[in-house]
Design a protein around this ligand. Structure first.
Ligand SMILES: O=P(O)(O)OC[C@H]1O[C@H](O[C@H]2O[C@H](CO)[C@@H](O)[C@H](O)[C@H]2O)[C@H](O)[C@@H](O)[C@@H]1O
Length: 615
């Protein structure tokens, strides 16, 4: 009903009266108009009352789940002197919901914000999407990723762990071939239903009906039910206009979050404040997991509507998520961020040893870790072998590498007094305030370092630093436009450095091979001994990843392009508003929080845990 229907009607009535002015109005006509207007007025009142009730419900809901931007100081008060870990959902959280799932691109602003967050806090994305797909959208190598609703976990791509496989964990690996079959069957099942699409998310399959006419909804549901009939080992959950077909394993986003905390050695950390931001039902599992955690955590629901939730705070939409992340970054740069009091180079550093969670319900017995080449193996590596903080002088080595390349040493490293060579846990004084930005004036020229090819321990992983990933290293390149080739001899002070000027290189509109050639040529021009020195430096493990382009020019060029944000991948689809989400009235009846599993009942119909038909 139009909001101003009675006014319009009165206008119409007046108009008709005018038109009829020359005629004698019959009493019946007038009565009919009167009745009409009165019924419309009643309807309008009803609508206004319904709207007022809705607004009141929303107000009450917001009182229970306050907006995080309004309550930022309260949230921060709880995080002060603590270590925050950030877990993020993807669709609907970092990107607005769009009609075409393949075009849910993340904005550059959001990417920058997430990147800054990841420099200050351990940061993971836990998504229902296939991991590779979500990684493709996010394009940040420094994050932990958990795809397929947490069933496909990898760690950051670092120098020592190119595939992020040290943390790799796939609790439903054995379902991979089944999900392939199911994907194909569902494609067949929805063929002919206009707008229905099927998305392969590796260990899950999504059946989308956002673009399906309401009259065809039952047909989509029927296709899902028919497939589940064939596969007792699977179940379905409901997301935003999507059915998610998943293996029957005791694993969800909440379990993945707790697993990551354990694997990172943070599970028992009483000073840790994990936060999870998500918008959908399956995110409720993560909120629940945080609530059940004895040391607590903060769930943040992204929603502009009343929804039942286990979260504590709310943000209206991805735009508010962006604002929150930016505020978090600002705060993270202050002393109050307790990661600065740890033994890390910048912001935070962790023991990234993989830890197999204790077996539960037989699920973890099936768990597989990925070996370095991506193959499935069963044995985790020895934790001690991978602890960057157990290796002596790891920070010093990172610093040496920066010096070797003439890269500025982050102020955070300069501000700290040196520990006399050792970097064992507890051996470091607390850090001074840290800025994730690399100030151009902060070059370390005063130290004489000896980090040549003969230096021992160089194979060890440096502790997490702002330069550890290629993208971060290249950021610095972008800022400073030049770096220095490692000379053949050991490096003592600045005497041997030869600059390679990148400032003249225009990378716009170049493909990877062209960029690779240009980089090679620039290095060769600047330093005729480049090839030999690169080889030596490579051998000694001196080259930070991302600057190691001579080895594989094309992939190095890819990194350069990625690091410089070139080229943009595809045109962005305009975000569409999300109409027709589950109305709150329906939601409260058929929507229990969490990725409530939908099961087939005796009649082969998809029902939720309360026995209600899938809404
Ligand atoms: O856990 P998430 O990262 O939130 O993934 C859940 C599902 O997200 C995607 O679908 C949703 O976003 C699409 C793009 O905006 C939208 O078109 C769709 O209607 C939403 O349901 C993804 O495509 C699914 O595979 C995920 O299961």
């Amino acid at each position: 009903m139009p909001r101003h229907a009675p006014d319009n009607l009165a206008e119409t009535f007046a108009k008709i009266l005018c038109e009829r002015a020359s005629f004698e109005l019959k009493e019946d006509d007038i009565n009919a108009y009167r009745q009409h207007i009165s019924s419309l007025q009643q309807a309008a009142q009803f609508t206004a009352a319904a709207r007022a009730q809705e607004e009141e419900e929303f107000r009450q809901w917001k009182a229970q789940y306050p907006g995080l931007l309004d309550s930022f100081s309260e949230f921060i008060a709880g995080a002060c002197g603590k270590r925050v870990a950030v877990f993020l959902d993807y669709d609907g959280t970092l990107t607005p919901i769009v009609k075409n799932p393949d075009k849910a691109y993340m904005s550059e602003q959001m990417r920058d914000a997430v990147k800054s967050v990841a420099r200050l806090f351990p940061t993971a994305i836990i998504s229902g999407r296939g991991r590779e797909k979500v990684e493709g959208f996010v394009q940040l190598q420094e994050l932990y990723y958990a795809g397929s609703h947490g069933m496909d976990i990898v760690g950051p791509r670092t120098d020592g762990d190119k595939n992020g496989s040290k943390l790799a964990f796939q609790p439903a690996a054995r379902f991979a071939p089944i999900m392939d079959q199911v994907h194909d069957a569902l494609c067949d099942g929805v063929r002919g239903i206009s707008g229905a699409t099927v998305e392969h998310n590796k260990f899950c399959v999504s059946v989308h009906f956002r673009n399906v006419d309401a009259s065809q909804y039952d047909a989509v549901l029927g296709a899902v039910e028919a497939t589940l009939q064939q596969h007792q080992e699977l179940h379905a959950t409901r997301g935003r206009k999507v059915f998610e077909i998943r293996p029957q394993v005791d694993w969800d986003k909440g379990k993945a979050l707790l697993h990551l905390l354990t694997a990172l050695g943070l599970g028992e950390d009483s000073k840790l404040v994990p936060i999870y931001i998500g918008d959908d039902r399956t995110d409720e599992d993560a909120f629940k997991a945080l609530r059940s955690r004895p040391m607590g955590g903060t769930g943040i629901l992204v929603s502009s509507k009343v929804k039942p939730t286990e979260a504590q705070y709310t943000l209206r939409d991805p735009q508010e998520v962006l604002t929150f992340l930016s505020k978090l970054v600002e705060w993270g740069q202050t002393d109050a961020n307790a990661w600065h009091q740890t033994e890390s180079c910048i912001g935070w550093a962790l023991n990234t040893a993989p830890i197999m969670p204790a077996a539960q319900n037989g699920t973890h017995a099936e768990a597989h870790h990925l070996s370095g080449n991506g193959d499935v193996g069963v044995e985790p590596e020895s934790p001690s072998a991978m602890d960057p903080l157990q290796t002596p002088s790891s920070r010093d080595m990172a610093e040496s590498k920066l010096n070797a390349f003439g890269l500025p040493v982050p102020r955070s490293m300069l501000l700290r007094s040196r520990s006399g060579g050792g970097s064992q846990r507890g051996g470091r004084p607390p850090l001074a305030p840290v800025s994730p930005d690399m100030p151009s004036s902060a070059t370390s020229s005063s130290r004489s370092l000896n980090v040549g090819q003969g230096a021992s321990g160089l194979q060890a992983e440096p502790c997490t630093s702002g330069y550890e990933t290629p993208v971060q290293a290249l950021d610095t390149l972008r800022e400073h436009h030049s770096f220095h080739e490692v000379p053949q001899q050991d490096i003592n002070g600045q005497a041997q450095r030869r600059p390679v000027d990148l400032s003249q290189l225009s990378l716009q509109n170049k493909n990877e091979a062209q960029v690779a050639d240009m980089l090679e040529a620039a290095v060769a021009r600047s330093n005729p001994d480049a090839a030999a020195s690169r080889q030596q430096a490579d051998k000694a493990g001196l080259l930070p990843k991302g600057l190691r382009f001579p080895k594989d020019p094309v992939s190095a060029a890819k990194k350069v392009l990625a690091g410089l944000g070139l080229p943009s991948l595809a045109p962005k689809e305009e975000a569409v508003s999300v109409d027709g989400e589950l109305p709150s009235t329906v939601a409260s009846g058929g929507y229990s929080s969490g990725g409530d599993s939908l099961h087939l009942n005796a009649a082969g119909k998809l029902v939720d845990s309360a026995g209600q038909a899938a809404p």
